[in-house]
Design a protein around this ligand. Structure first.
Ligand code: FAD
Ligand code: NAD
Length: 403
C-alpha cells in the first residue's frame, strides 16, 4: 500500500510541534512527512518583542529546524509557500509544487492594519525575526542620527507604539529598560526621548485583570512611558501618526519610529486557498479540520476556535497552537489507521505578560502574580515551550535562566 503523504506548512509553534508529535507517533516507513518553512530556522515569536527592543540578540530567538526533527522520518524543505489550492490539493512553493494526502496549514500570523491609511508603509511590525531586527536597528539609527546632527530633531527620539495589547505592552516593557542604555551609548539626554503608547480601547490590556493592568501601567509610567487611551490611530505618515481624541478632535504625534502592535490576522495565503475564512483565519471543526476539506488541518494563528462558554474566539497564542498540534498529529494518525478523530479541548492555564527582564504580571491558574514571581513564571513558560519541541538540549542551548 502507498504510504500516505503528510505535508506541513510552517515551522512555527503549531507546524513544528505537529511534526515533532508526528515523528513520535509514526514509524519511519509508515508515512512520508514533509515540512516546508520559509527559513531553515524556527523563531520564538513569543520573544520577538525582546529582539525588537534590542534586549535579546536575534540569534538567541531562533534555532535550526533540523536540530529538532528526525531526518529519517521528516523531509525538511526550506521554501516559501506561494499558494495553496485545497480543491486541486496543490501547494505551490519556491521549491516547486507539492501535493498531499493530509495537509497541515500552520503559516502563522500577520499584523492587522484594519485598512488604516499609511500603516503598511510607515509603521514597523513585530512580525518575525528580521522585522524585529529592523525595528531594533531603526531605533538605534534614530539615536545615532540625533547625536550627530548639528541641529537636533528631537522628534526622531519619539517612539509611538500602536496597541496596548500583550504585544504592545511587552515591547514597551523592554523599551523601558533599553532606552536608558541607548541614551548612554549615544550621549542622548533621557528627557529628549518620548515613548507613547496609543490604545483605541478605554483601557490598557482590554479584558485583563484591572488590578494587574494598574500595576503594569504604573511600572511602565515609572520608566517614562506615556499612555494615550481611548484614542485610536487613524493614519500614519512619514512624520508620525494621527490619533482621534474625540468626535471631531484629532492630534498628530510626530515620531521617528512607529511600531504597530494592534492585532493580528492569519496568513494571507488562506484567503486564496479555497477555504472559507474570516480575516485569513479558518473557523475549524472540533477536530481542527477545515470545514468541507476532511484532509486539511489548520493549526495555530490561522485557526479560529470559538470558546463556546463566552461565544468568542480563543485568543491566538503559542500556548493554544502547541496544544492544537498534539491533537492534529493524533488525528492524522487516527485517519491513517481508519479510526475516528478526537475533539480538540484547550487546557488554558492563564497568561503572563512580561514588563521587561525582571518584571511581569500574570493570571495563572486563578492566581494573580506581579514582579519577580511573575517574571520567573514567564521564563518557566518560555523554557517549557523549548522543552516541548526540542527537549532538554534545546533548553540548555536557548533557555532563559537569569532571575
Ligand atoms: P508562527 O509562530 O508565526 O509560525 C509561522 C511559521 O510559518 C514561521 O516559521 C514562518 O516563517 C512560516 N511561514 C509564514 N509564511 C510562510 C510562507 N509563505 N512560506 C513558508 N513559511 C512561512 N503567545 C503565547 O502563548 N505566549 C506569549 O508569551 C506570547 N508572546 C508573544 C509576543 C509577541 C511579540 C507576539 C507577536 C506574539 C506572542 N504570542 C504569545 C502569540 C504567539 O507568538 C502566536 O500565537 C504563535 O506564534 C502562533 O504560532 P503559529 O505556529 O501559528 O505561527
Ligand atoms: P491584541 O489584539 O491582543 O491587541 C491589540 C490592541 O490594539 C488592542 O488592545 C486593540 O484595542 C488595540 N487597537 C486596535 N486598533 C487600534 C488602533 N487603530 N489604534 C490604537 N490601538 C488599536 O494583539 P496583540 O497584542 O498583537 O496580541 C496578539 C495575540 O498574541 C493575542 O492573542 C495575545 O494574547 C497573544 N500574545 C500573548 C502574549 C503573552 O501571553 N504574553 C504576548 C503577546 C501576544
Amino acid at each position: 500500500m502507498k504510504r500516505p503523504t503528510i505535508l506541513v506548512l510552517g515551522a512555527g509553534y503549531g507546524g513544528l510541534s505537529t511534526v515533532v508529535n508526528l515523528q513520535k507517533l509514526v514509524g519511519a516507513n509508515e508515512a512520508d512527512i514533509t515540512l516546508i518553512n520559509k527559513n531553515d530556522y524556527h523563531y520564538e515569536s513569543t520573544w520577538l518583542h525582546e529582539a525588537s527592543a534590542g534586549t535579546l540578540r536575534p540569534d538567541q530567538v531562533r534555532y535550526d529546524v533540523k536540530s529538532v526533527i528526525q531526518s529519517s522520518k521528516v523531509n525538511f524543505v526550506k521554501a516559501t509557500v506561494d499558494a495553496i489550492d485545497v480543491n486541486t490539493k496543490k501547494v505551490t512553493t519556491s521549491a516547486g509544487e507539492y501535493t498531499y494526502d493530509y495537509l497541515v496549514i500552520g503559516l502563522g500570523f500577520e499584523g492587522e492594519t484594519f485598512g488604516i491609511p499609511g500603516l503598511d508603509k510607515y509603521a514597523l511590525s513585530i512580525a518575525n525575526v528580521n522585522a524585529a531586527r529592523q525595528i531594533r536597528d531603526h531605533i538605534e539609527y534614530q539615536f545615532a542620527t540625533w547625536s550627530t546632527e548639528e541641529i537636533h530633531d528631537d522628534t526622531r527620539l519619539t517612539i509611538v507604539v500602536g496597541g496596548a495589547g500583550f504585544s504592545g505592552i511587552e515591547f514597551l516593557g523592554e523599551l523601558g529598560n533599553r532606552i536608558p542604555e541607548l541614551c548612554k551609548e549615544y550621549d542622548v539626554p533621557k528627557e529628549k526621548v518620548r515613548v507613547v503608547c496609543v490604545e483605541a480601547a478605554p483601557m490598557v490590556l482590554p479584558g485583563f485583570d484591572p488590578e494587574l493592568v494598574e500595576y503594569a501601567v504604573r511600572q511602565l509610567e515609572s520608566k517614562g512611558i506615556e499612555f494615550s487611551i481611548g484614542t485610536p490611530v487613524v493614519e500614519a505618515t512619514p512624520e508620525g501618526v494621527k490619533i482621534k481624541k474625540g468626535e471631531e478632535e484629532f492630534e498628530f504625534i510626530k515620531a521617528g519610529t512607529v511600531v504597530w502592535a494592534a492585532g493580528v490576522r492569519g496568513s494571507r495565503l488562506i484567503e486564496t486557498s479555497g477555504i472559507e475564512n474570516m480575516r485569513a483565519r479558518v473557523k475549524v471543526e472540533k477536530d481542527m479540520r477545515a470545514p468541507g476539506f476532511p484532509d486539511v488541518f489548520i493549526v495555530g494563528d490561522c485557526a479560529l476556535l470559538i470558546n463556546e462558554a463566552i461565544n468568542r474566539p480563543y485568543p491566538p497564542t503559542a500556548q493554544i497552537a502547541m496544544q492544537q498540534a498534539v491533537t492534529v498529529a493524533k488525528n492524522i494518525v487516527a485517519l491513517i489507521n481508519g479510526n475516528p478523530t478526537e475533539e480538540f479541548v484547550p487546557n488554558l492555564k492563564g497568561a503572563v505578560c512580561s514588563l521587561g527582564e525582571h518584571d511581569a504580571i500574570g493570571d495563572v491558574m486563578g492566581r494573580k502574580l506581579t514582579g519577580t514571581k511573575a517574571s520567573i513564571m514567564k521564563k518557566v513558560i518560555d523554557n517549557r515551550a523549548l522543552y516541548m519541541i526540542g527537549g532538554l538540549p534545546l533548553v540548555v542551548k536557548k533557555g532563559k535562566f537569569s532571575l
